[in-house]
Design a protein around this ligand. Structure first.
Ligand code: 4AD
Ligand code: MG
Length: 438
């Protein structure tokens, strides 16, 4: 009998590790809320002040042992009655910038990027970001796509927009280097951080039907608004043997719905402002979009005009115009899209698509790719790119097939999904012009 109750006692014992969010001290008892990042719930720890000789306070890391018992307090079913509690790392609350029971704005939190992952808000974001990332892989696995690691360093500027970051070694950066007796380029040619893995994915879909990548991409956006980062994660998909845009739209839509469903399934109750519009989407051509915008041209700072890119305000207007649902805009003028887009029969537009979504505007950019050598070659000649893209042209000479794909900005997706005002709050370590603090 005695042995039994000893064993019961042993099994009811819990050891916990984590950090303290709040500490409330009374004369004979201390209440602490303990978290370990796994959920947004805290474990209330109740301790006799005698068992901890060091200063318990917000931010310190602890080890606690005790018994889980039903809680008298509101907001939790159980609490931990501590019988030992030790501080692993103390936290000087005089200088610790995160004060208990204080609500910080996202702007304030950005001032301490090394500490904001300790706040309830950012922990929630990081968990959702992790779930959505896993959902990306699940979607593509279920749909028989090959996962490809496209390179971070590259000698091509896929989008041709000149927003590349150049790569230089320490040697090359030394004063006087790069002259006739300087060290030259490490790679023997100018190289950049990738702006998109698309062209490399196209190499792979020269021998696989479907492939995708999901990794960091870099753009030197000099005047970033609240929708641009210098380093962001892009999901890119490429499908071979497809002549229709419909197939590309289906993959885009399938991916977005699947990520959203996973977040809903795993974060029930955690996500209040979830984007509810992923079920319905609208579709229009660029030319029709321009007609709609021209009818309302007094609403815009920049006048909409056929042949010009859609601005953020145009994109957002189109989404509202369609009832605040995602909108596919297709068939853009050739001049405003990159060289790789497939020419349409009208010779004025290309088979390109942008997916516009509420609150954000452009979420995905994609296209059918020009697979015909006799059409691609002159476009590259005109741009003076035939030499650096000789390998890309060869893909059109050796078993070329109609194909297409798209890129989805992962942070813009989270921004839209969670109603986050500034994209800098969707990524743990945001980088933008003049900002790369750690
Ligand atoms: O429209 P983009 O430039 O398309 C491409 O790079 C294609 N090569 C992709 C492909 O077809 N494989 O970029 C794709 C998406 C945009 O729609 C946007 O969501 C996101 O990437 N994006 C950015 N997100 C955050 N910060 C930036 N500076 C971004 N630039 C693009
Ligand atoms: Mg785009």
């Amino acid at each position: 009998m005695k042995v039994e109750s000893k064993r019961d006692e042993h099994f009811n014992k819990e050891n916990k590790i984590g950090w303290l969010r709040h500490v409330r001290k009374q004369k004979n008892v201390v209440f602490c809320s303990l978290y370990d990042g796994s959920t947004d719930k805290h474990l209330q720890v109740v301790a006799d002040p005698q068992i901890c000789h060091e200063e318990l306070c917000t931010g310190c890391s602890v080890e606690v042992g005790g018994s889980l018992v039903p809680s008298q307090g509101r907001g939790q079913a159980v609490e931990l009655q501590a019988d030992h509690l030790s501080i692993v790392g103390p936290c000087d609350n005089e200088v610790y910038p995160i004060k208990p029971k204080t609500e910080y704005t996202a702007d304030q939190l950005r001032a301490f990027p090394h500490l904001r992952a300790r706040t309830i808000l950012h922990q929630k974001l990081l968990r959702i970001r992790s779930t959505a990332s896993m959902a990306v892989h699940k979607y593509f696995l279920d749909n028989h796509f090959l996962f490809v690691h496209t390179p971070i360093t590259t000698s091509v500027d896929c989008e041709g927009a000149g927003e590349t970051f150049s790569i230089k070694t320490g040697e090359e950066l030394k004063p006087g280097a790069g002259g006739s007796d300087g060290p030259g380029h490490f790679f023997n040619s100018p190289t950049y951080l990738t702006v998109s893995g698309q062209l490399h994915l196209e190499v792979i879909t020269g021998s696989f039907l479907k492939a995708y990548s999901f990794g960091p991409t870099f753009r030197a956006e000099k005047s970033p608004g609240r929708h641009h980062l210098a380093e962001f994660y892009m999901i890119e998909a490429e499908v071979a043997f497809t002549q229709s845009m419909e197939c590309i739209l289906q993959v885009m839509e399938g991916l977005v719905k699947s990520m959203t469903q996973s977040v809903l399934d795993s974060h029930e109750g955690e996500v209040e402002d979830l984007w509810k519009h992923s079920q319905v989407s609208d579709q229009m051509s660029y030319s029709d979009a321009i007609k709609i915008l021209e009818n309302k041209k007094d609403n815009f700072k920049e006048s909409p005009k056929w042949g010009c890119d859609l601005s953020k305000e145009h994109e957002k207007f189109l989404v509202k115009h369609c009832g605040n649902v995602p909108v596919f805009v297709t068939d853009f003028p050739t001049e405003i899209k990159p060289f790789y887009c497939r020419q349409n029969e009208d010779h004025a537009t290309v088979g390109a698509v942008d997916l516009l979504v509420p609150g954000v505007g452009e979420l995905c950019g994609g296209s059918l790719r020009e697979e015909r050598h006799d059409i691609l070659r002159p476009s590259l000649d005109n741009l003076g790119l035939t030499q650096p893209y000789h390998w890309y042209l060869e893909l059109r000479q050796f078993g070329s097939v109609p194909h297409g794909g798209f890129g989805l900005g992962f942070e813009r997706y989270l921004q839209c999904l969670l109603g986050i005002h500034n994209i800098k709050d969707t990524i743990p370590f945001p980088r933008w012009v003049q900002h790369c603090p750690l």
